[in-house]
Design a protein around this ligand. Structure first.
Ligand SMILES: Nc1nc2c(ncn2[C@@H]2O[C@H](COP(=O)(O)OP(=O)(O)OP(=O)(O)O)[C@@H](O)[C@H]2O)c(=O)[nH]1
Ligand SMILES: [Mg+2]
Length: 356
């Protein structure tokens, strides 16, 4: 996560941290009753909104035993879903895999499905088959093509951790939890207390079919946290394979901040999945997808370019209330940025009420 971390402590962030300390002092002096701030998490599907929500949750406390058990079952469900997708892709593309192996892996998928429904425990033999499956050449070839069939970014993580997951007393840790993929349907709300502030967070499903539900939450929020995956500049939408994911994110951002809604809200943009972006720019040219991009194909130039793209199409009144961060939501380091964001939100709203 080297670059991820170095980007996090930018000069902008340092300035922000200083401002935040001042705000904390102001709040301390005022000894007000607990401040309530509502935060709306929006952005396209799979950009990392729920992952940010999980990190906020991790900052505010621990999970109960039954919540951990639920997450353990979700991990097995993910392993089942990812295995099926990888196997289907290998078969469709005639990668080298025998009929006998295919039959064995179909049974493996069935057994995984059963362990999800039953006790959430993976039998040792099943774990061994999963490991052989993951190391199979055809499956690795399919995994190498994951961008083409929308396999979730975190699929590899669970296969790599089977030895730990199969243990009878296995309890998911925060890293496991942030890698779980469950698309959000509708809007999931949660109240969290952080830094003596009650945050009412609404995490919205981001796929096209989910977006009409967002409008019920428009205009009431103190802050809008828009999450876009910067790594997706070369990928296509699941909902419409003709549309580039990054272009969709930018147009969506422009349409939300067009001047009609969120007149008083702080606008926070997370250019997320910077870890994948860092790897990708080594081999994929931004210019091939965004001909206007002229700089060297680096993380720094790429981030600057995309920041500008998001900024340039929004209503002028939002630009001075817009804060942008490059993030890696699966890294616990993102919690530092979230802390900063909370302070920014409070600062913006205290300005509005004339308290500072
Ligand atoms: N490598 C990497 N993976 C990430 C990052 N952020 C999220 N992910 C993974 O990306 C997948 C999608 O993340 P979610 O948080 O479920 O996405 P979402 O925006 O809530 O998606 P919808 O609910 O469908 O709108 C999950 O498997 C996450 O573990 C990141 O910064 N880096
Ligand atoms: Mg979600």
């Amino acid at each position: 996560m080297g670059m991820c971390e170095s980007l996090m402590v930018s000069d902008e962030l340092k300035d922000q941290i200083k401002v935040n300390r001042d705000i904390e002092k102001t709040l301390e002096k005022k000894k007000t009753t607990m401040l309530e701030q509502s935060v709306l998490l929006i952005g396209p599907g799979e950009s990392g909104k729920s992952t940010v929500m999980k990190q906020i949750r991790a900052m505010s406390g621990t999970y109960t035993k039954s919540e951990l058990q639920e997450r353990k079952i979700l991990i097995l469900r993910n392993l089942f879903e990812f295995s099926e997708m990888l196997l289907d892709y290998s078969r469709e593309h005639y990668f080298e895999i025998t009929e006998e192996e295919i039959k064995k892996y179909i049974v493996m998928c069935e057994e995984l499905k059963l362990s999800v429904i039953q006790d959430g425990q993976m039998k040792p033999e099943l774990a061994d088959t999963l490991k052989t499956f993951w190391n199979h050449k055809a499956i690795q070839e399919a995994y190498g093509n994951r961008n083409k069939f929308h396999l979730t970014d975190s699929a590899g993580y669970f296969f790599e951790n089977i030895d730990r997951i199969k243990m009878p007393g296995f309890e998911p840790n925060n890293q496991d939890i942030v890698h779980i993929r469950v698309p959000t349907s509708g809007v999931v709300t949660a109240d969290v207390i952080l830094k003596n502030i009650k945050l009412c967070v609404a995490d919205c499903g981001g796929q096209r079919s989910e977006r009409k539900k967002w409008y019920h939450y428009f205009d009431d929020s103190h802050a809008v946290l828009f999450v876009a995956a910067i790594s997706e500049f070369d990928q296509r939408l699941v909902e419409d394979p003709d549309v580039n994911r990054m272009k969709e994110a930018i147009t969506l951002f422009w349409s939300v901040f067009n001047g009609k809604f969120f007149q008083k809200s702080a606008v926070i943009l997370f250019l997320n999945k910077i870890d994948i972006f860092r790897e990708k720019v080594k081999t994929v040219q931004i210019k091939d997808f965004f001909p206007k991009f002229e700089g060297p194909n680096t993380v720094e130039e790429g981030s600057k370019f995309f920041r500008r793209q998001f900024r340039e199409g929004i209503h002028a009144s939002f630009r001075k209330r817009m804060y942008c961060h490059e993030t890696c939501a699966i890294s616990d380091q993102v919690q530092i940025i979230i802390n900063t964001v909370i302070d920014t939100v409070v600062q913006e709203n205290l300005k509005d009420t004339g308290m500072i």
